[in-house]
Design a protein around this ligand. Structure first.
Ligand code: EPZ
Length: 421
């Protein structure tokens, strides 16, 4: 089990290249199931979640190749030899549910393991299933699996999602792209990753309008072609590294960062006192010279403050000059980083979906444990500012969503190393 050691207290200076978005790539890869021709994704991130999706698609009979140091993923679903997404793979990565819509649309049948919950919440998939039933799919839940079929093919639908769901929006847009007729989907997720998926589907010959807005219209087509698509920049990685100079001091240029993907977060970060300067090639962030101001945040679907940046912002606010509150409205258990930050001397009080953070003058390095993907990086951010050494265990959580963390940060002057034990 690897560990990451951080010697805190060093101001940062340098440049970090922003990788392709994990959450865009995890929706783009299953789109390959919609066509027999190859789908090539460039600017792909090299992450364990992406490898799990590769493993799943290969288990269904896809040819999956990685080129250019895993930056390019080519997927060819010439024939689907297996229609079962096994629990052993699905349990590792919830986004596996995103093969359900494309498989049903292409093959008229699918058996997909229920993903189960994860550390941050129950993570049900009822919204996905309700929408597919509205499209004529017959679904049966048996022994932890979803048995789905649409003997006559999926039919177009005018459907309103009961709750904004990124995954369900992606799943149903993909399913509708091959359905018979024109669909209208309402109350869709507005996330940039949805727009990226719709752009890719249109490149494959789909007819999708309104990607990235709350109403998406899809005119079903009989077949899709191959395509090459560049994965959008990862706005969550971007926000994460924007916090590094804010918490440790100094300045970092985030190459490839696009401010329009992260407006609400950037606004809050500026309110804490950091300087955020956007340009054509990326975003420059300078740590505040007058200390960190407290702020109040409430996580919301895009374009609101992203839940995936809540843990990281909390790390910054542990060193603010006052009291901040963080309301987590998307997931029911996403404060597991708080007790670990408190081990470093933070003063965080959690009551249900609200965390109250009383800023302290300094954090102290300590042995801490990663509990989930975003919690793990929030502990590293805290370690950058803490006095002394922080030792992070269970770094496999980190590998799911961040590539080359140690080199990206040490290239900016951080003293951070990964050791295998
Ligand atoms: C996506 O998860 C992201 N994952 C998450 O990122 C992100 O936090 C989340 O969207 C919200 O932005 C990927 O894209 C792979 P949802 P997803 O469906 O699609 C409830 C990370 O750290 N819900 O938008 O699973 C759900 O429980 C990860 O990179 C249902 O009740 O999220 C949640 O409370 C974590 N029934 C809310 O809706 C459903 O059928 C939003 O979930 C589906 C969702």
């Amino acid at each position: 089990m690897d560990r990451i050691l951080v010697e805190g207290g060093l101001s940062l200076s340098g440049e970090i290249p922003i990788s392709g978005a994990k959450n865009a790539c995890l929706a783009l890869m299953p789109a390959a199931l919609l066509t027999q021709a190859p789908l090539t994704l460039t600017n792909a991130p090299f992450l364990s979640d992406i490898n799990t999706m590769r493993e799943l698609l290969a288990s269904l009979g896809c040819e999956v190749a990685s080129l250019q140091n895993n930056r390019i993923i080519a997927i060819a679903a010439e024939s689907i030899s297996n229609h079962v997404a096994e629990y052993d793979i699905v349990r590792k990565m919830r986004a596996s549910i995103l093969v359900l819509g494309p498989l049903l649309a292409r093959e008229k049948k699918a058996v997909v393991s229920l993903p189960g919950g994860c550390a941050i919440g129950a993570r049900p998939v009822d919204i996905h299933l309700n929408a597919l039933e509205a499209m004529g799919a017959k679904l049966e839940l048996k022994e932890g699996y979803i048995f789905a079929e649409a003997k006559k093919g999926l039919k177009a639908v005018d459907y309103t999602f009961s709750t904004v769901s990124v995954g369900a929006t992606a799943n149903i847009v993909m399913a509708a792209s091959l359905a018979d007729g024109s669909s209208v989907l309402r109350n869709c997720a507005l996330e940039p990753e949805i727009q990226d998926l719709c752009d890719c589907l249109n490149g494959m010959g789909a007819k999708v309008k309104g990607g990235g807005t709350s109403i998406i219209e899809i005119e079903g087509v009989s077949e899709l072609s191959g395509h090459t698509h560049s994965v959008i920049a990862d706005r969550i990685e971007l926000g994460t590294y924007m916090l590094a100079p804010a918490i440790a001091g100094g300045e970092i240029f985030l190459r490839g960062g696009r401010i329009e993907l992260i407006e609400s977060f950037a606004k809050i970060l500026r309110e804490t006192g950091a300087e955020v300067i956007s340009s054509e090639d990326g975003i420059l962030v300078k740590g505040s010279k007058n200390g960190i101001a407290p702020v109040n945040i409430s996580t919301q679907p895009f374009p609101g403050f992203p839940t995936d940046l809540q843990a990281q912002m909390m790390a910054l606010l542990t060193l603010s000059k006052g009291i901040s509150t963080l309301n987590e409205n998307i997931f029911e258990n996403r404060f597991m980083h708080a007790p670990e930050l408190n081990r470093m001397g933070a003063k965080i009080f959690v009551d249900g979906g609200t965390a109250t953070v009383e800023g302290v003058n300094a954090l102290k390095g300590a042995p801490v444990m990663a509990t989930d993907l975003r919690a793990s990086i929030s502990l590293i951010l805290a370690g950058l500012a803490a006095q002394g050494q922080t030792i992070l265990t269970r770094v496999y959580h980190l590998d799911r969503g961040y590539e080359n963390v140690c080199s990206k940060l040490s290239n900016c002057g951080a003293d951070i190393t990964r050791i295998s034990t």
